[in-house]
Design a protein around this ligand. Structure first.
Ligand code: NOJ
Length: 537
């Protein structure tokens, strides 16, 4: 029997540490705050969520131009979040509860305040000069090429002191490392080793397909788009063939430490790229962001799943996400007046598909985006593009733990405003309500934990065409589960296109309080926004 690695059948929960829980009262979340809430994540019983791992967005020392995604020291903790001793406590306390820890490795670029960059920019002769991407101006004094920054404007910054430009895919405070330099590459690998030695269980890899750029820095071909960055097809500033060797090296490093993992964030990921970069001998996992772009329609999601299943590389594994710190929360995307109902249907889908589900803090209570006024914007792209684009602060607002002042998040002034509805939408209010979104997440995850079919069984859509529902089968040796999801506010009847492989089915979980028959004579019967999970008996 093959053993399933934990990261294939586990549920992974993303914490944005600034916004999760603030223990020291400075208005910014910290490691001690996370430790204090580990029982919420998994206390070994269905009172808790039952997640298997946490991905921590960056907690390293950082000047914070991109809120931690500009790292000034890969081997330490920012005092804002605590100390390495706090971190060791977090790992120990999490492991005691069966929760693994993933670090966010942001190694496409560093902060401009990282000592490596400070040395690199000191002189052209500095031994670390080549650790970053420096180029002379083009003849006539122009930029080295036409590449643009993701966050707006050109991707080259002039350095007066040494008379060259350096490349930055994001902010000018985030210079890109030169992965072609063997010493820089070794130093980065050492940082991975540092955290593996400290006991972390894996990594989320920031913009993992951007590490290498075309050696000749060729200009990207033009395409249609709104912002200057979108008006280029990014064939030369990312996705280079040299990446595969790095993924192999990383795999070998992980293998030295046992069952550790890495999940890649592929920028502008298509299914083809996910297939190219993940799977055996490549990245263990790569996020599939397709769900973050789908409208609230059953066929849209069904097709997204079909595309994913069809395109994965041999031995590849799906990895679904509905929300993260870069996109509007799905409760807001799909919300409207049906937000809690839709949050449950979305959860039922995410947690019963074949693949590793990533949850984003707060989604377990149906948390929505916060309202951020213009003067409250902190996120650099939000400041640059407002009012066209307000940035990512709305999806990063503090976790509402309770209705008390500060939402149980802080005793101080929160770094971003609390959600206006925090007195109603919070963990405490939902904990004892059997019909809350939070109760549904807990039931769902614990059902998943107990079910081999849901964790790692095969996936088969049973009805290809219904407009309002999804029906699929998950099957592992000895267990078969039927998942039925109604995306609409009306009751639906879905006639299955093939006979069910078993005659008798037992209801395991439903969003509807009143029990009713979900299956009758080859027809699935669902109430408005109902999700039902049945098991063959
Ligand atoms: C992707 C991260 O998810 C995002 O938050 C960050 O701003 C960029 N990479 C740059 O590191």
């Amino acid at each position: 029997m093959t053993t399933i690695p934990w990261w294939q059948d586990g549920v992974i929960y993303q914490i944005y540490p600034r916004s999760f829980a603030d223990a020291d009262g400075d208005g910014v979340g910290d490691l001690r705050g996370i430790i204090a809430h580990l029982d919420h994540l998994n206390d070994g019983t269905p009172n808790s969520m039952g997640v298997d791992a946490i991905w921590l967005s960056p907690v390293y020392p950082s000047p914070g131009y991109d809120f931690g995604y500009d790292v000034a020291d890969y081997c330490n903790i920012d005092p804002l979040f605590g100390t390495l001793t706090d971190f060791d406590r977090l790992v120990a306390q999490a492991h005691r509860r069966g929760i693994r820890i993933l670090m966010d490795m942001v190694v496409n670029h560093t902060s401009h305040e990282h000592p490596w960059f400070i040395e690199s920019r000191a002189s052209r002769e500095n031994p670390k000069r080549d650790w970053y991407i420096w180029r002379d101006p083009a003849s006539g004094g122009g930029l080295p090429n036409k590449w643009q920054s993701v966050f707006g404007g050109r991707a080259w910054e002039w350095d007066e002191g040494t008379g060259q430009h350096y490349y930055h895919m994001f902010l000018k405070e985030q210079p890109d490392l030169n992965w072609r330099n063997p010493d820089a590459r070794r130093a980065v690998m050492q940082a991975f080793r540092f955290w593996l030695e400290r006991g972390v269980d894996g990594f989320r890899l920031d913009v993992v397909n951007a590490y290498f750029k075309d050696a000749g820095l060729r200009d990207n071909p033009p395409k249609l788009g709104l912002r200057s960055y979108d008006r280029q097809a990014h064939v030369y500033d990312m996705d280079q063939p040299e990446l595969i060797a790095v993924y192999r090296e990383l795999n070998a490093l992980l293998a030295e430490y046992g069952d550790r993992m890495a999940v890649g964030e592929i920028m502008e990921a298509t299914h083809e790229m996910v297939a190219r970069f993940s799977g055996p001998g490549r990245l263990p996992l790569a996020f599939n962001f397709d769900f973050t772009r789908q409208p609230w329609r059953a066929p849209a999601f069904r097709r997204a799943v079909a595309r994913c299943e069809a395109s994965l590389a041999e031995g590849g594994w799906p990895c679904y996400v509905l929300s993260n710190h870069d996109v509007p929360r799905h409760a807001s995307r799909y919300g409207g007046r049906f937000a809690p109902q839709r949050a449950k249907v979305a959860a039922a889908m995410l947690l019963t598909l074949r693949g590793t589900p990533f949850l984003y803090y707060g989604e377990e209570i149906g948390m929505r985006n916060g309202r951020i006024r213009h003067h409250e914007i902190q996120d650099p792209p939000g400041k640059r593009y407002w009012p066209l684009y307000g940035g990512r602060d709305p999806e990063r607002t503090p976790m509402p733990w309770s209705a008390e002042p500060g939402a149980g998040f802080t005793r101080g002034r929160p770094w971003l405003p609390l959600n206006e509805d925090y007195r109603e939408v919070n963990v405490a209010a939902q904990r004892d309500d059997p019909h809350s979104v939070f109760s549904f997440y807990r039931q769902l995850i614990w059902l998943r934990r107990s079910s081999a079919a849901l964790r790692h069984g095969s996936y088969r859509a049973l009805a290809q065409a219904p407009r309002r529902a999804q029906v699929y089968l998950r099957e592992a040796p000895g267990q078969m589960m039927l998942v039925t999801l109604n995306f609409s506010p009306r009751a639906v009847e879905v006639r299955l296109e093939e006979a069910l492989p078993r005659a008798a089915w037992r209801l395991r979980l439903s969003t509807n309080a009143a029990a009713h028959e979900c299956l009758h004579d080859g027809v699935v019967l669902l109430g408005p926004h109902e999700a039902c999970i049945l098991e063959a008996t």
